[in-house]
Each structure stands twice: as structure tokens, then as C-alpha cells.
Design a protein around this ligand. Structure first.
Ligand SMILES: Nc1ncnc2c1ncn2[C@@H]1O[C@H](COP(=O)(O)OP(=O)(O)O)[C@@H](O)[C@H]1O
Ligand SMILES: [Mg+2]
Length: 233
């Protein structure tokens, strides 16, 4: 540990809100407002803040699901702030996200096997005949097994579904994962299991995490350092 994997400098993400007919000026919402942080290789940075303070927006901007309004994102010493879609493709593979609501982020009409295979197809990873084997490896890594491959998301419990979400993020062999409140929607009894899985995976695969949560209790446990976010700052 020592080298920075991710550096964010003065990052802003503003949303233009629709103005009503009674308002003269356009309203702009400063969801992320001048955020600067660094994450070292292999580290977990916790990010905590109350609901609505801009955590998800920050996470989505970092993985470039949102275009930043201003500021800089440097990944592995390369400035990725203004890369276009094509140039971003190789980084998309390395930078993944795990979402808060695993049910909403998984396609209900796809089997688990297809859900995990899809990123491999998009990024043209592994030979086609080897992909099923790879899916199986990943399922076992996240605590699922071969019998789950042909099932659909609704057949799983919340915790298992989040494991599928994690498996999908792992499908293209990433380096850095934004975990956006991955346990907030789960039963308390299952939260610790998912945290343990994420910690095991970090050790085995050398992953770097930005771990977002709205309270300190779990973040304290998993993070090397913790940042607090308040009103976009
Ligand atoms: N796509 C969007 N368009 C307009 N406003 C948004 C959008 N996404 C989030 N916001 C607003 O940005 C603020 C931060 O939201 P969010 O990043 O989801 O916070 P958190 O994840 O910390 O709960 C909120 O006020 C939210 O309403
Ligand atoms: Mg959020």
C-alpha cells in the first residue's frame, strides 16, 4: 500500500432542476460540491453521511455513470475526467459498482448465469467456451454455487441477491469497486455476512473499495479511513 489508485480533485456534480413557471431563475442543485479525496491501492475508504448528502451521486460520478460538472478524476495516474465513451471502455472494466438495491439492479428476466456472463461478453473477456467455468468460479467466490446458475433473481433472498450483484461486479476482473450502501437494504443478521464476504474478496483479489454507508457502525469495521460527507461537501 502506498500508491494512489484514485484521486479526486475539486469534484462537482450539479443537477439543473426544471424551473416552474413562477420562477425566474433556473435552480441548480449542488449534489456533489468540491470533493477532494485519495484512495490508495488495496485500501478501503469509508464514506458516511446522512441520506441525500450526495454519496450516491459521488459514487456514480467516480465510475463515470454521470459526467462531472467540474473537477478532476485521476485513476491509476491517468486523468479520466474527459474521456469519451470509447476511451472509457477499458476503465469501465476495472472500475465497477455494487448497488444499494440488488433487486432493482438485476434484470428479472435473466438467469443468474446470464447476468454474470453479460459483462464478460460486453468486454470480450475469456474465450466463449470458458465463460461458464468462469461464472462458476465467481459464484463460488461470493458464496453461491452451480445450482444457482439457471435460477432467476426473484428466487433468491435479499442477501443472496446482493451476492449476485457482487458476482456481477467481479465478472470483468475489476480493480476498484464502489460499494454504494451494499448492506442497507438487508436484514441486520445478514449484513455482517456480506461485509465478511467483501473483506475476503478484497484480500483474495487485491481489490480497492470506496465503501458508502449512512451510518458509522459497519463502515468503522471495514474501512482503513473514513470520510464524512455533508451537503455535498
Ligand atoms: N439525477 C438527479 N437529478 C436531480 N437531482 C438529483 C439526481 N440524483 C440525485 N439528486 C439529488 O442530489 C442530492 C444527493 O442525492 P444522492 O447522491 O442520492 O444522496 P445520498 O446517496 O447521499 O442519499 C439529493 O438532494 C437528490 O435529490
Ligand atoms: Mg444513496
Amino acid at each position: 500500500m502506498g500508491e494512489n489508485l484514485l484521486e479526486i480533485k475539486g469534484l462537482c456534480k450539479h443537477f439543473n432542476l426544471k424551473k416552474s413557471i413562477f420562477e425566474k431563475n433556473k435552480k441548480v442543485l449542488h449534489a456533489v460540491d468540491d470533493v477532494t479525496l485519495e484512495i490508495k491501492k488495496g485500501e478501503t475508504l469509508g464514506l458516511v453521511g446522512e441520506s441525500g448528502c450526495g454519496k450516491t451521486t459521488l459514487g456514480r460520478t467516480v465510475v463515470k455513470l454521470y459526467e462531472p460538472t467540474s473537477g478532476e478524476i485521476v485513476y491509476d495516474n491517468k486523468n479520466i475526467t474527459n474521456l469519451n465513451f470509447q476511451e472509457m471502455k477499458s476503465f469501465r472494466r476495472k472500475i465497477q459498482m455494487i448497488f444499494q438495491d440488488p433487486y432493482a439492479s438485476l434484470n428479472p428476466r435473466q438467469t443468474i448465469g446470464d447476468i454474470i456472463k453479460e459483462p464478460m461478453e460486453i468486454h470480450n473477456l475469456y474465450e466463449e467456451k470458458n465463460r461458464d467455468k468462469k461464472v462458476l468460479e465467481i459464484l463460488e467466490l461470493v458464496g453461491l454455487n452451480s445450482s444457482h446458475m439457471s435460477r432467476y433473481p426473484h428466487e433468491f433472498s435479499g442477501g443472496q441477491r446482493q451476492r449476485v450483484g457482487i458476482a456481477r461486479a467481479l465478472a470483468c476482473d475489476p480493480e476498484f469497486i464502489v460499494c454504494d450502501e451494499p448492506i442497507s437494504a438487508l436484514d441486520v443478521s445478514i449484513q455482517a455476512q456480506i461485509i465478511n464476504t467483501l473483506e475476503d474478496l478484497q484480500k483474495k483479489l487485491g481489490l480497492t473499495y470506496l465503501f458508502i454507508a449512512h451510518d458509522l457502525s459497519m463502515v468503522k469495521h471495514i474501512s482503513d479511513r473514513v470520510g464524512i460527507m455533508y451537503l455535498g461537501k
